[in-house]
Every structure is written in structure tokens, then in C-alpha cells.
Design a protein around this ligand. Structure first.
Ligand SMILES: *Cc1c(COP(=O)(O)O)cnc(C)c1O
Length: 838
């Protein structure tokens, strides 16, 4: 890094990236930020010292980026998401800054181990799974592509719970991720805003004779922003993730309000702070509905007020809101922002309804993430009106205009109007958030080709008929920086040694690897890397679980949230089938296989928890039975998280993507596994279909019903018991469970699970059983030919270019956002004076 600034003192050059610079700065942080000297310092102090060292280098870019965006008034994408599953920051920031190796050497010279410091970081688990992780990958790509963007979300004090396994059951522990402080955030209390809740609405005419609305809330909550820098890969761009924390507003005079009731006042403060206290696990129960809706309006209102503040700082009129900002709604959790922006423009900034509505529609775009009916958000009218009385009025008004439009286009079709209305009036009344999102947005997208197709033909078909131009597909992607470069440095080095490192920013360049697919030496190196990764994971498994697994065996991994539609229990039926074959013929010749599972179940989702118990119960029997002779092993790896995912994906030979066709919107785990050289065994579901198209049918283990066959079977009446009676191996597997063989003789334990499988199972396990067993057998035979397997693995990686989140973000930019990159030049010198303007 060159500097011409002759005034600068060497000791002020804090941001050098040489090993010596990093060492000096590291010690500086240890002394003057942590306040420790080496004899007292803990591993965590060292982690913090290194993080602050890195943060300074980020801040330099962050400040420059903010200055350029402000000066240029750049068009900006606001990515609104109730979840951001960021994963640990230190390693990723070292990669993106391009100083990983220097940092490693610097800490080594100080007698420390970088891996141990990286392990110290408590990851911000501010998401449940795929949806939150997608938001995080998109932030990485937006910064890497130099796209001006702000992520807006909630700074949950407790993120996704930590999972423990006791006696085979999941046990949840609260996630105290902020316990030792968070070096990656900066609070901005000066930009705090207030959010109104409850109360009632007054309508009146002001002095000028204009119709006005005044919302008198029951309570007010203050939102304080915490900013997190999001650095692009080897760019100077550092965008912002702005997360809101709820506090009690000082403006509330508690003593007067509660007439001396101090405890009551403190209680009220606690109630305010509860708003951002905890992330809700995906749960099909109705628990915490009111607080959940409060969280949504809280972060949405804070974020929109923040965008208006930015307009004011940049001297832009609100009439140009949609030119300055485009707002992407990550599912319907932030969809209330459509009503909130209307409220801010009309009630607080006195804009005419029609103008405000035109701006609103041009501003918003909506991504749908699920077609599972139980996951489509809707709020009971009674709850909605009591918490958000003004938004309720606005939604009725939007609906009124909307229904007029529908009536015009489709006259005499009252059924259509009832189906499309923003209000579900079929029974108890509800607000339909997906409908609000469709009406208030100019673009609507699904997250994989099949998913978008199903939205258009099924779930949102009425909206597709009305607004065909709004719909498009944006297949999900993942960032290769975190999920290959950071998590799999050995594979990264091998790839770069052959084709250079351009692929890290242009993943399509992986295609060049195809030239090496027949190179015996390259194949051998590829195999060695996979073997070493498997051996490392095997060592970790012995250490953590006391179970020996053979790194030569086929590592078959299913790591994702536990859900019936993802069908971990189908995987278990295969394992039991293999076990039964061994019991029937102990000398049977089978490919040694290690089955690894990871994933959390929503705490209120009994069936998912029972599936975890089943996996562990089968593992207990299989791993100990001497007849098995270690040929198959089963391990449930606890506490699946981003950090853990980074360890697990690289060690997979076979990636399980076996959801019932039509149920998995896209999946992104499938992409992360394939990028690390795993072959996929999967159904024609979500992005699996596109992965198979890219890597070639001959390099993908396909099985199972298609989405159309599932539909048809569903309509014709699916009869699981027929499969049970006609498929002997299936019957044996089910009977093993039913007999209590895996539950110490207790036939009751797994009854609820078996009951759902026999009773019109909407996930069609029995119908797909034989195809899955056959496909698994095929995969296990191919694995015996290691050269063939390796070729397939290389081709999978070589053809994964499409699934970089950079490609997804480019498509959003071109088709929906209409945003172009803004280059950030690094001006390293500190200003000599502040040249204040007031
Ligand atoms: C990628 C990822 C997911 C999503 O996995 P799917 O297989 O697509 O369901 C969930 N959790 C974590 C921690 C991830 O990294």
C-alpha cells in the first residue's frame, strides 16, 4: 500500500498489511483495546485483538465507501430480511481483504495458532437456515460486485438456539452470542428512530382544510442501529448490514406515565427490549404471534425511516424515493413495509395517495421462498388491527383499489376476487401477506426454475394472470468465497494451481478444470485432498463422539434443517435396509459407508424431534452390532451452524438432496456440497434440477417421483400401505422400527412417525423408497471405482459456475434492481483537517 502523504507519521499508518504491521497492531489492540498483557490474556482476548486489527482495515474501506455513495447519491438496493445467518466474520474478512496468509504468519510468529483463534468466534446465528444464509451470501456478492447496498434486519440478542443431544433427543440451549462482545459492529445511537405500536387512529381536518390522520399509539419502541461492515472480495467496497436493537425511548416519562410506579416503569422498559430479544425458530405452532408481528413492523419501520433520513442527508426529494432506492423483500416477513412506506409518505410527509402508491410499487420487489401452505404468512385481523390500527386502514384502502383493478380486468368473477383479496374472509379473517407483497411490488420472483413455475401455475396463479410481467425466476446461489476458499483451502490451492484464481470472482472459469479430468496426477491430488478432509472430520468425530469412522468409506451426508419434507427419515429407511441385509447375510459384500446427519429441529416441531431420536437410536444399534463389522456407521453431528457447515461440506462424497419433488423451493446446501466435490443423490426438486442440467445427468444420482407424479398421486389417492405389503425390504425396515428393536423394546416410541407414514403421508416416503434404495446401490457401486468417482467429482466442481451468488445478484441487478456498480477508490490518507460544513 503506497502513500505519498509526507505528513503521515509511521505510527499512524495503522493499516499496513505486512506481517510486521499486523503483529505490531495485534499487540497494540491486545494492550489498548482488551487491556491485557500476554500472561493474563485468554484465547478470546487474542481473537478479539486480531479481530480489531482486521476491523481497522475494514473501517478504512467502509468510510471511503460511505463517502463515495453519499457524494454520488448512488442508487441503492435495500435488502430487507428478518434473518441474516452470517456465520463467523474473522476468517471471511481475512480472505476478502487478501491478508489471510499474512495474518496466519503474524500470529504464528507470536506463538499462536490462527485456526484456534478462528474457532473462538461465536457466530451470529441470526437466522434459521437457508433463507437467512441466502441473505448473507447475497451481501457478500453485492459487495464483491461493488453494488451499493444496505442490508436491514434485526439484531436479535439470542439467535438460533444451540442444539445438544441428550439420550438421543434434541435439547435446546439459548444462544448467548454477544456474551463476550462483538468486535464487528458499531452502534449508531444518533440514528435511532421510534416505532409506534397499538392505540387508535384519529381522522380530522387541519387548519388548511386538508384531511389528516393522526395515529395515537399505545406504546413507542426505540430502534438503535448497529452497523456491520460487509467487505467485498478483493475490492475496496465495504457495504453495511444495519441491524436494529429495541430499547425503551427516553422520551417516555415513565415516572409521570405510571404515577410513581417505578416497578411498572421498569417492566415497561423490559417489554420494549423484548422486541429484539430472540429469533423465532421456524415453527408451525402459533406461539408468540403478537411479538413476531411486532418484530416485523419494528425492523421495517426503523429501516424505512432510515432510508428517508438518507434521502434528507443527500438532499433528495421524496418524490424520487423509487429512483434512489429499490427494496427487496426476502419473503413476506418484511412485507408490511408496503403499508408502512405508504403511511410514512401519506401521513407523515403529506404526499397524495396516488403518488405515494406509484412510488411504493416502483420501490418494492418480492422474493417468495416457499410454497408449503403452512409457511404462507397470514395474520388474524383482530391481532393486526390492535397492534397496527393505521396499517390496517391502509391495507383496506390498498385492497379497495386493487379489487377494482381485478374487477376491471376480470368482470363478473367474484370467486377470483375472494381468492385474490388481501383479506382472507373464508372463515376467521386474516391479512394475506403474500398478496400484499404481490400487489405492492413491481417484481415477484421464485428462487429456482421449478419453484417459479409452481408459483405461476399454482400458488400465485391468479396474480400471474393479472401481472404476468411482474414474474421472473432468480435461481439462488452461494458465495464461493466462504464455501470454497475459506472452508476448503486445500481444494482452492489445487484448483488455482491449474487454472489461476480468476474463478473466485468468476466462477464460470471453473470450466477450465475439465481439461484436467483425465490427468491421472490431478485425479490423484483431488482424491488425496478429499481423503485428508474426511480423515480430519473422522478425527473430530472420534474426539467429540467417541465413534470411529473410516475415512476410506463413502461419506454420505445430509446436513440441513430437520423437516419431514426434506425426508431425513427416508435416509434412515435406507440405513435400516442395509442393516437388515447385513443381519440376513453377515458376509454380504457391501461398500463401506458412513452416514452423517446434522440439523436442528424447530423446538415445537415434535415429528422433526422424533426423527432426530430415530437417527440416534438407529446409530446406537448399528454402530455397536458386531455383525456390521464397522461396514456402516451412523453419526448425528450436533449443533449444525454455518461454522460447522464449513467443516462438513468439504468432507462429503455424497450429498443427500432427497426432498419430495415440489417441496424444496431451491436449496442451497445442494450447491455448497457440489462445489466441494460431492456428488448428489437427489430428486427433481428445487435447484437440484438445474444442478443436474449443468453437471450432466451422468454425473448425478437421480431418483424418485417428479413433481407432476406427486401431484397426480396426491389427486388419485396415495395408499402407502400397498407399498408396505408389496415391498418386502420396506416391510422389514418398518417392522424393525415398529417392533421396538431400536427403542429398547418399546414399540410405542416411534409410533407417531410410523402413523404419519401410513396415513396419506404428504411426503410420499413409501412411494419413493424403492427408487431411492436402487439409486443408493448404484452410487455405492460407482464409489468402488474410485477413478470414475473422482472424474465425476471433478466434473461436478468444474460445472458449478452457475451457482455462484454473484450470478444471482447480477440477474437481480439487471432484471429487477437496475443498479450498476460504483467503484470505490481507496484514499488511505487521513484528512489534515475536518473541513467541517454546517
Ligand atoms: C446452506 C445452509 C442451510 C441451507 O441448507 P439446505 O440444504 O438448502 O436446506 C442451512 N443452514 C446452514 C447453516 C447453511 O449453511
Amino acid at each position: 500500500m503506497q502513500t505519498q502523504d509526507t505528513h503521515k507519521q509511521p505510527e499512524n499508518d495503522l493499516n499496513g498489511s505486512s506481517v510486521a504491521d499486523l503483529k505490531r497492531d495485534f499487540l497494540n489492540k491486545l494492550f489498548y483495546v482488551q487491556g491485557k498483557f500476554p500472561a493474563l490474556a485468554s484465547l478470546n482476548d487474542y481473537y478479539m485483538a486480531l479481530s480489531y486489527t482486521v476491523r481497522d482495515r475494514l473501517l478504512e474501506r467502509w468510510i471511503n465507501t460511505a463517502a463515495i455513495y453519499t457524494d454520488s447519491g448512488a442508487r441503492t438496493i435495500c435488502y430487507l430480511s428478518a434473518e441474516f445467518l452470517m456465520g463467523p466474520q474473522l476468517g471471511n474478512n481475512l480472505i476478502n481483504l487478501g491478508i489471510y496468509d499474512q495474518a496466519q504468519q503474524a500470529v504464528e510468529e507470536l506463538g499462536l495458532d490462527l485456526d484456534a483463534l478462528l474457532e473462538q468466534e461465536e457466530e451470529p446465528g441470526l437466522g434459521n437456515g437457508g433463507l437467512g444464509r441466502l441473505a448473507a451470501c447475497y451481501l457478500d456478492s453485492m459487495a464483491t460486485l461493488e453494488i451499493p447496498s444496505i442490508g436491514y434486519g434485526i439484531r436479535y440478542e439470542f439467535g438460533i438456539f444451540e442444539q445438544d443431544i441428550r439420550d438421543g433427543w434434541q435439547v435446546e440451549r439459548t444462544d448467548k452470542w454477544l456474551r463476550f462482545g462483538n468486535p464487528w459492529e458499531i452502534s449508531r445511537p444518533e440514528w435511532a428512530v421510534e416505532v409506534k405500536l397499538g392505540g387508535h387512529v384519529d381522522h380530522y381536518t387541519d387548519e388548511q382544510g386538508r384531511y389528516r390522520v393522526r395515529w395515537i399509539p399505545y406504546e413507542v419502541v426505540k430502534g438503535v442501529p448497529y452497523d456491520n461492515p460487509i467487505l467485498g472480495y478483493k475490492t475496496n467496497t465495504a457495504n453495511t448490514l444495519r441491524l436494529w436493537t429495541a430499547e425503551a425511548p427516553e422520551s417516555f416519562d415513565f415516572a409521570a406515565f405510571n404515577s410513581g410506579n417505578y416497578a411498572g416503569a421498569v417492566h415497561k422498559k423490559m417489554v420494549s427490549e423484548n422486541v429484539s430479544k430472540v429469533l423465532y425458530p421456524n415453527d408451525d405452532s402459533d406461539r408468540g404471534k403478537r411479538l413476531r408481528l411486532t418484530q416485523q413492523i419494528f425492523f421495517v419501520s426503523c429501516s424505512l425511516q432510515d432510508t428517508i433520513r438518507i434521502m434528507q442527508v443527500q438532499d433528495l426529494p421524496l418524490a424520487k424515493f423509487h429512483e434512489k432506492f429499490v427494496i427487496q423483500l426476502n419473503d413476506t416477513h418484511p412485507a408490511i413495509s408496503i403499508a408502512e412506506l405508504m403511511r410514512l409518505l401519506v401521513d407523515e410527509h403529506y404526499m397524495k395517495w396516488d403518488q405515494a402508491w406509484a412510488i411504493t410499487q416502483r420501490t418494492f420487489a418480492y422474493t417468495n421462498h416457499t410454497i408449503l401452505p403452512e409457511a404462507l404468512e397470514r395474520w388474524p385481523i383482530a391481532l393486526f388491527s390492535s397492534l397496527l390500527p393505521r396499517h390496517m386502514e391502509i391495507i383496506y384502502e390498498i385492497n379497495h383499489h386493487f379489487i377494482d383493478d381485478v374487477r376491471m380486468k376480470f368482470p363478473d368473477d367474484p370467486d377470483r376476487i375472494a381468492r385474490m383479496s388481501l383479506i382472507d374472509e373464508s372463515g376467521e379473517k386474516y391479512v394475506r401477506m403474500a398478496h400484499l407483497a404481490c400487489v405492492g411490488s413491481h417484481a415477484i420472483n421464485g428462487v429456482a426454475a421449478l419453484h417459479t413455475e409452481l408459483l405461476q401455475q399454482d400458488v400465485l396463479s391468479d396474480f400471474y394472470a393479472l401481472y404476468p410481467h411482474k414474474f421472473s425466476n432468480k435461481t439462488n446461489g452461494v458465495t464461493p468465497r466462504r464455501f470454497v476458499v475459506l472452508s476448503n483451502p486445500r481444494l482452492t490451492d489445487l484448483i488455482s494451481s491449474k487454472i489461476g484464481n480468476g474463478w473466485i470472482k468468476h466462477l464460470d472459469e471453473l470450466k477450465k478444470l475439465e481439461a484436467y479430468v483425465d490427468d491421472i496426477e490431478f485425479q490423484q491430488e483431488w482424491q488425496d485432498i478429499k481423503y485428508n478432509l474426511k480423515r480430519d472430520l473422522a478425527n473430530q468425530i472420534v474426539k467429540d463422539y467417541g465413534i470411529n469412522v473410516d475415512p476410506h468409506s463413502l461419506f454420505d451426508i445430509q446436513a440441513k434443517r430437520i423437516h419431514e419434507y426434506k425426508r431425513q427419515h427416508l435416509n434412515v429407511l435406507h440405513i435400516i435396509t442395509l442393516y437388515n441385509r447385513i443381519k440376513a447375510n453377515p458376509d454380504i459384500d457391501i461398500t463401506p459407508q458412513t452416514f452423517l446427519f446434522g440439523g436442528k429441529a424447530a423446538p415445537g416441531y415434535f415429528m422433526a424431534k422424533l426423527i432426530i431420536k430415530l437417527i440416534n437410536s438407529v446409530a446406537d444399534v448399528v454402530n455397536r452390532d458386531p455383525d456390521v463389522r464397522d461396514r456402516i456407521k451412523v453419526v448425528f453431528l450436533k449443533d449444525y451452524s454455518v461454522k460447522f457447515a464449513q467443516h462438513v461440506y468439504p468432507a462429503a462424497d455424497l450429498s443427500e438432496q432427497i426432498s419430495t419433488a415440489g417441496k424444496e423451493a431451491s436449496g442451497t446446501g445442494n450447491m455448497k456440497f457440489a462445489m466441494n466435490g460431492a456428488l448428489t443423490i437427489g430428486t427433481l426438486d428445487g435447484a437440484n434440477i438445474e444442478i443436474r442440467e449443468e453437471v450432466g445427468a451422468e454425473n448425478f444420482f437421480l431418483f424418485g417421483l417428479t413433481e407432476q407424479e406427486v401431484q397426480k398421486m396426491s389427486a388419485d389417492g396415495y395408499s402407502p400401505i400397498d407399498y408396505y405389503h408389496t415391498n418386502l425390504e420396506l416391510k422389514l425396515a418398518i417392522d424393525r422400527i415398529a417392533s421396538g428393536f431400536f427403542s429398547h423394546g418399546d414399540p410405542e416410541l416411534f409410533k407417531p412417525l410410523l402413523h404419519t407414514l401410513f396415513d396419506r403421508d404428504p411426503y410420499f416416503l413409501f412411494a419413493d423408497y424403492q427408487a431411492y434404495i436402487d439409486c443408493q446401490h448404484q452410487a455405492s457401486l460407482v464409489y468402488r471405482d474410485l477413478e470414475r468417482w473422482t472424474r465425476m467429482s471433478i466434473l461436478n466442481v468444474a460445472r458449478m459456475g452457475k451457482f455462484s451468488s454473484d450470478r444471482s445478484i447480477r440477474e437481480y441487478c439487471e432484471d429487477i434492481w437496475h443498479i450498476k456498480p460504483v467503484k470505490v477508490e481507496l484514499n488511505t490518507s487521513m484528512p489534515d483537517n475536518l473541513s467541517l460544513k454546517h
